[in-house]
Design a protein around this ligand. Structure first.
Ligand code: NMX
Ligand code: MLT
Length: 436
């Protein structure tokens, strides 16, 4: 019998529920972490207070999805004939179930996406009503929010849905939304930058290939899109976008409200927007250099000038990682293979060489190494997507996949409303003994 993704997921959920129930019931009082004043004031860095089985970020190794490194994920997920990168739909299967799908199982998910990809007219009307000076992330977030009226979860919840079935309606919402994101994004791109007639989606294509088609960009942009969506999909649960998605969904807000909210978190320059900031920074250097490749010393000076003016070097540093981001390395390998002579790659590679020692000498950043955002825009630029304001939308499509998978599991395991406790400064001063 052909097992569909939803059936396999249902079986996995049934197997998993007793593990969570037992931990809660028999070991609920076991302490697994302590909290310091610095952590409370300092953005809750490192506090173990969230649980997800979908991905784990080791500071020294980087991200693993369901226990697999990105290299293993890319190697083992099925690929379309002649493609270098796997089907994005297969990644969703892996994130949700922990299993690598076979070709037939992936094609069933591709089919599901194709059935759900039609974007209602009112979403285009909302997009069209934005001024062209709007940031694409604001438009993207609003377009997703607009779809909230389609939510199966909302409809069924108000009709009396049982708690153990919440995940099923959420699964339907998630697939309905994910299938539409490439078309929404391509439509926004067309409105703001391409300015031709929007290219209709092609139901014969998988997600990555269809996105490339709607962007009007030839191969290997289909593989570029697949790679981009896959490596941006998940980064455990504490990053701003994942945490926002989880938090908003914990009040039983539907997928559309939750994903729209997480997109807003991703749009900040310390998070996903850093990918546009990298290109803005490089572009500024290119202008100052009159498009000549700077020498190492010249590049060092540009980096110091930015630091000395009190700004961060975008694309470097990380809240958890303490080595070069494997997502950066994968994209660098792709660039070395496909765009080794592009000046923009040479600029970025020079940064890779000069920035870490400078950040070490500067002495502030705990992690001087490049993150995912230092390289992603370079590839987009090479394939003609030079409107760097758009880059975070691409990040957002990928990140939606991981966050949707997490929200479905949150509902399946009955995670409650998130509600940590706050204290006052006065209380902190009393706790540490500087005030009575
Ligand atoms: N350039 C200059 N200073 C930096 C950098 C950097 N790239 N990274 C960290 N620092 C500074 C940071 O601003 C802080 O300074 P201060 O004490 O004056 O507030 C100090 O070093 C300590 O920060 P960390 O503890 O190392 O980093 P934190 O966990 O607070 O923040 C980032 C992590 C990623 C926000 C930070 O490294 C950063 O601002 N990087 C540049 C922006 C960026 O690339 N963001 C994308 C991250 C990946 N993503 O996609 O989300
Ligand atoms: C991410 O992909 O979310 C970023 O690397 C930020 C993070 O993990 O904190």
């Amino acid at each position: 019998m052909r097992e569909t993704l939803k059936l396999r997921l249902s079986r996995k959920i049934d197997e998993h529920r007793p593990r969570t129930e037992r931990l809660l019931k028999e070991y609920g009082d076991v302490q697994i972490d302590g909290v310091t004043v610095a952590q409370v004031i300092g953005g809750m860095r490192g506090i173990k207070s969230l649980v997800t089985d979908i991905s784990y970020l080791d500071p020294e190794e980087g991200i693993r999805y369901r226990g697999y490194t990105l290299d293993e994920v890319i190697q083992n997920l099925p690929k379309a004939k002649g493609a270098e990168m796997p089907y994005v739909e297969g990644l969703l299967y892996l994130l949700l179930t922990g299993d690598f799908p076979n070709e037939e199982e992936v094609m069933l998910v591709v089919e599901q996406f194709n059935k759900r990809r039609i974007v209602p007219r009112y979403v285009y009307n909302v997009i069209d009503s934005f001024p062209t000076s709007s940031h694409p992330m604001a438009i993207f977030s609003t377009a997703i929010l607009t779809l909230n009226r389609e939510s199966d979860f909302n409809r069924e919840y108000h009709a009396g849905l049982k708690k153990e079935d919440y995940w099923e309606a959420t699964y339907e919402d998630a697939l309905n939304l994910l299938a539409k994101l490439p078309e929404i994004a391509a439509y926004i791109y067309n409105k703001l930058y391409r300015k031709g007639d929007p290219i209709q989606s092609d139901p014969k294509l998988d997600m990555g290939a269809d996105f490339a088609h709607m962007m009007g960009i030839d191969k290997p942009y289909d593989d570029v899109s697949r790679l981009h969506f896959i490596i941006h999909s998940d980064h455990e649960s504490g990053n701003v976008s994942a945490h926002t998605g989880h938090l908003v969904a914990s009040s039983l807000s539907d997928i559309y409200l939750s994903i729209s909210a997480m997109i807003n978190g991703l749009a900040g320059p310390l998070h996903g927007l850093a990918n546009q900031e990298v290109l803005r920074w490089l572009q500024d250097v290119m202008d100052k250099m009159d498009n000549k490749i700077p020498t190492e010393d010249e590049m060092k000076q540009f980096v110091w000038d930015t630091l000395n003016s009190g700004q961060v070097i975008p694309g470097f540093g990380h809240a958890v990682l303490r080595k070069t981001d494997p997502r950066y390395m994968l994209q660098r390998e792709f660039s070395k293979k496909h765009l080794p002579d592009d000046p923009i790659f040479k600029y970025a590679d020079l940064l890779y060489k000069v920035v870490p020692p400078i950040l070490q000498e500067h002495g502030k950043a705990k992690n001087p190494w490049p993150n995912v955002d230092a390289q992603s825009g370079v590839i987009q630029w090479h394939y003609g997507v030079k409107d760097y304001d758009f880059y975070t939308v691409l990040f957002g499509i990928g990140r939606s996949i991981g966050i949707c998978a997490n929200i479905i599991w949150d509902r399946a395991l009955g995670y409650p409303l998130e509600r940590p406790k706050s204290v006052t400064t006065d209380m902190l001063e009393k706790m540490v003994g500087i005030k009575k």
